[in-house]
Design a protein around this ligand. Structure first.
Ligand SMILES: [Zn+2]
Ligand SMILES: [Zn+2]
Length: 258
């Protein structure tokens, strides 16, 4: 089995004590590729470094809405340089809107979301979208910016099945994480049941959101199999088929060859 981890944060402090040994053991859990995701300027730089250290690591660079308060046009230029100097940077992200913590101001979040969508368009990369409690504004911005020409994933999908149909219509992929294993994850189960198998990708969002039975503990990509198993159960296919399909989907979504 070969599993593609589409979203993790291995530069997070939670891995400071044992980062190398955790990463080196991932292949024993059938994790064949990992995309490390930047969430601010610092983690975009550390993502760049991780892709150079590990063959099976790729990266996304970008600034998370909650971190966009002090973003500048110079930051955009630096992101552009990181992208043009490293072929293993395969996406702009994570970018989007987060009204859960509702900071910084919504207008600032929107401004830098749109600006980074333009960066993706200019550099020819897909986007990793973070959207929490902000469904309508997210969809509106994506439509206004012709997201179907950019492509990407709605990561850690948390909205309704109905909304996922609009997301799929825009050509985006649905990022399925540990929540699908939660007792209160019914909404996501319905979305997975309804979505075509060729539009689902798997992610852990490590170190966050560990699936059952590890809920609340530090997460790692070693737990992806629990998510694969749950998707297989929902779709009525084998775990091998679920792993193979989501692997191919991630390769297509991130436009990785070979
Ligand atoms: Zn996120
Ligand atoms: Zn994330």
């Amino acid at each position: 089995m070969k599993i593609f981890e589409t979203h993790a944060h291995y530069d997070d402090d939670a891995f400071d004590a044992d980062r190398e040994s955790i990463i080196e053991r991932l292949s024993a859990f059938d994790v064949a590729k990992v995309v490390n995701i930047g969430s601010n300027m610092e983690t975009s730089r550390t993502t760049d470094a991780l892709t150079k250290k590990y063959d099976f690591f790729y990266g996304a660079v970008g600034v998370h809405p909650s971190d966009s308060g002090d973003m500048t046009e110079q930051n955009i230029e630096e992101l552009q340089r990181l992208i043009s100097s490293n072929d293993k940077i395969v996406a702009v992200g994570e970018i989007g809107l987060d009204y859960h913590y509702d900071e910084p101001d919504r207008e600032i979040q929107k401004k830098w979301f749109v600006r980074q969508l333009c960066l993706a368009r200019d550099t020819g990369l897909p986007v990793v979208i973070h959207s929490r409690d902000a469904a309508e504004d997210t969809i509106k911005i994506l439509e206004e910016n012709n997201i179907s020409e950019i492509g990407g994933v709605m990561h850690c999908y948390s909205y309704s099945k109905e909304l996922s149909e609009r997301v799929l219509k825009m050509g985006l992929y649905i990022g399925v994480g540990g929540v699908v294993t939660f007792k209160n994850g019914r909404k996501l189960v319905e979305t997975v049941l309804n979505a075509p198998l060729d539009r689902i990708v798997v992610e852990t969002d490590s170190p966050y959101l560990a699936p059952e039975p590890h809920r609340g503990r530090r997460n790692s990509s070693a737990n992806l199999k629990l998510i694969i198993n749950k998707i297989a159960e929902i779709k009525g296919i084998s775990p091998e088929e679920a792993a193979a399909a989501t692997y191919e989907n991630a390769m297509r979504m991130y436009r990785i060859r070979g």
